[in-house]
Design a protein around this ligand. Structure first.
Ligand SMILES: [Zn+2]
Ligand SMILES: [Zn+2]
Length: 147
């Protein structure tokens, strides 16, 4: 079995990553809350070409989720897989919880801390950013997009 594999709750969709994920972090934005039905999500990035649907790729649906990105999910069970943002066309962000071994990559920061649900209180020492990280790829020298 490849090192980085994952899939959805119902088993219709399976994927495999060809490279080690990077930039793993928590996101507390409102869209993540609605997409997941949870206070926050953990994403990590890989180059777009490095995620391959090994089963059920036709079941993956995509919706525009904000002014700057879209989300992909299993159309059968709703498990959220991907977030892709316009300012980072070369990479995609996948939901770490969908990995077969979600513990294999750990978050290193929090973004959109400003919209964190008040009763959700992570006790880690990770850097916390109100919205995007200041060094976000694709956003240096530009005005960050709104929600
Ligand atoms: Zn599914
Ligand atoms: Zn988010």
């Amino acid at each position: 079995m490849a090192r980085w594999t994952g899939g959805c709750m119902c088993g219709a969709v399976r994927y495999e990553l060809a490279s080690e994920p990077f930039d793993c972090g928590w996101c507390h934005c409102r869209t993540c809350q609605l997409t997941s039905g949870s206070p926050a999500m953990v994403f990590a990035s890989v180059p777009v070409a490095d995620l391959r649907w090994t089963q059920g790729g036709d079941e993956v649906r995509q919706v525009r989720s904000s002014s700057f990105g879209h989300r992909s999910f299993c159309s059968e069970c709703g498990t959220p897989f991907l977030m892709q943002v316009d300012h980072q066309p070369e990479t995609l962000d996948f939901s770490v919880a969908t990995l077969d071994r979600p513990g294999a990559v750990a978050p290193a920061f929090h973004i959109f801390w400003g919209s964190k649900v008040p009763w959700f209180n992570p006790r880690d020492e990770l850097p916390r950013h109100d919205r995007f990280r200041p060094d976000t790829r694709g956003l240096q020298g530009t005005e960050p997009p709104g929600d």
